[in-house]
Ligand binder design. Sequence first.
Ligand code: NDP
Length: 272
Amino acid sequence: RYEHISILGLGAMGRALADALLGAGREVTVWNRSAGKAGELVARGAKEASSVGEAVAAGDLTVICLLDDASVRETLTPVLSDLTGTTLVNVTSGSVRQARALAGWLEGHGVRFLAGGIMAVPQSVGTPGAFILYSGPRDLFDRVAPVLGPMGRAHWVGEDAGFAALYDMAALSGMYGMGAGTDHAVTLVHAEGGDLETFKREVLRPWLEQMLPISVDGADASASVPDEYNPAMQAVGLENLLAASGEAGVPAELAGHLSASLWRMRRAVANG
Ligand code: NDP
């Protein structure tokens, strides 16, 4: 049974995870490389470990939330021999290959390992919209999910340890695409003297809400353009949009997503 959770890493995200677990009444031990980050958590009932080894030994389960894959390896390498038989859940962001290699490395040392991807920001951790992707052994996930549930709804995405990172990174690509589009949109409206609040509330939000399901459900990996979207018409539309953006003095870099779409439409036209 996993009753006591240790957290390695008290950056903005690690602190939010620890806070959510404490709020749900879990026993929590925390460790951070540099001192001074545990104060509020300790005041709320967490114990602070003075070393990685002490933290891992204190918990039935250790959640790792550091900067990147290199920092995870740097942190775990000195205590590797003490990790045999322990359960580690890594929610540090990294690439798919890094997640698979980390799982292989740790499992090779007798660690029960789950890879994670946090679909939340620190402010939303523990709220109903937050969810965390996990990949790795299903039976381990089934035991860990109820314990870590307070951090965010636990969602298993497969045995392949790389899948949590894969879906996390791909979803971030979608988010950054939307962010690039909305940044460009408001810059253009502002540059031409439009009212930003009216535009955001009455136009952009309802438009994106209408398009979101169509865009997500219609996406396919071939990046083909369905006939009903008439790529020739869309190429002209995108050229107009880029021209309007240039006329307003919006930096071309902010319109990169439009250039990518124009490239796709022109390719579809060229392919007939
Ligand atoms: P922060 O920059 O706030 O914190 C980074 C943490 O990593 C600190 O605890 C830092 O310790 C530690 N660290 C960095 N390098 C090392 C090292 N070489 N050895 C040991 N510890 C190290 O980042 P966040 O907490 O925001 O993010 C943590 C992870 O969560 C990242 O992988 C991030 O991608 C992911 N994430 C973050 C989100 C966010 O919105 N913040 C959203 C979703 C995922 P020290 O204090 O000593 O510097």
